[in-house]
Design a protein around this ligand. Sequence first.
Ligand SMILES: [Zn+2]
Length: 461
Amino acid sequence: MNGKSDTLEVHDVAQPFSRPEIRAAIIDFPKGNVQVEGRALEVVGWVVGSSSRVTAVELSEGPAWRVRQPTRSGREDVARQYADSPQGPDVSFLLNSPPLAAGPHELSLTAVLEDGDTAPLGTIQLTAVLRARPAALILLYHRIVDLASEPWSLSVTPRHFQEQMSALAAIAQPIRLRRLVEALRKGGALPERRVVVTFDDGYADNYHTAVPVLERHGVPATVFLTTGFVGQPYEMWWDALDRVLLEPGVLPPVLPLRVDGQVHEWDLGEDAAYPAERAASFRSWRAGAPPPTRRHAVYRAAWDLLSTLDAPARAAAVDQLQTWSGIGGGARRTHRSLTQAELAELARSPAVEIGAHTITHSALSELPREAQRLEIEESKRQLEAQLATPVTGLAYPFGTRAHYTDETVELVRRSGLQSACTNVPAAVERDSDPYQLPRVIVPDVDGDRFAALLRKWLDDS
Ligand SMILES: [Zn+2]
């Protein structure tokens, strides 16, 4: 079940054969420069004696410990391994070391001869490496919906989400973020295989589609809300961009966008007209891949530009895009935010804990200190006032190390929040910083593939 294990890194195996009594010896495992799983070493081999028979073999580490095993002739498991050996097994052995402490070791393998004398068979140099097993994992979702265009891999279909929560409840221990943070703050070992589910941004489907599944499977979740998105009648800016540029239709050939007094101009060329079949054929395009059309290139350039702006400049840019295209205003049913009433209902679910995700979803690293402080403290305060419940966690917008700074972390710490989540993909270890908790974004995969990923993340990261 726990695939992640400590390892022995074997550096060298030397075989001196200093005694004429021993014609040959083979140590099957380890060879030099290999890794062995676990912390105990298994040594299998055979010895061909000449004048004096080998009656036992010892594995030892100085005076620390010594393991002796009588040799046997015709030992089948060992003989099978040396069936092709020209000398054939004379006597064979199989020894197990005790578990080795972390650090370098030199083990000796010694033959005990019939007359009670001993002869060295070899030395094994290795290092035992102890890896702390990751204690917990925080999963990141954004939306549970089936979409035609999904450049940032932020959605999981309702069917897959159902399968994923079922698998999660079966193979791990879902816990609340608050519990995980409490355990981290107490220090000491964390219980294993704990998994926290989180959602960012505040899409309406979190309430309508995700919560019933979470409740059915007894999986708690934290929903991080961008307070400025709640109840807004239009789409989040990245969705507005997607709607204008990546939905099929006909656009004016040139897009001029005035930002901070500078005009950016993008030419859509023949991709100004974008038929539905063509849009469907690029359904699997992701923002990290090369843009297959001018529309995708412009989408990506505009996204990069808008992501660095403050909220008013960004809203002005989205306005220009919508006026230019004649598309937008309101929100698509599949892309809308929670209303205030839905948020109140969401927060009442016993499965849900509410966290802050700033007011405007700006990259905090781009903002001056005072603006960052407001984004952090005000989003917490607004949610607490509206929901009459303490808000103890925050998630950094965009969440990579480029999107927040040490100053941001310090401001979060001072705000009275107990934890903050990033989008840095890793497992939570016992020494993880509660204000920079890593999270893994869950891809849109079925229950089996999710279960395999979960095991990999829990055991190998
Ligand atoms: Zn977000």
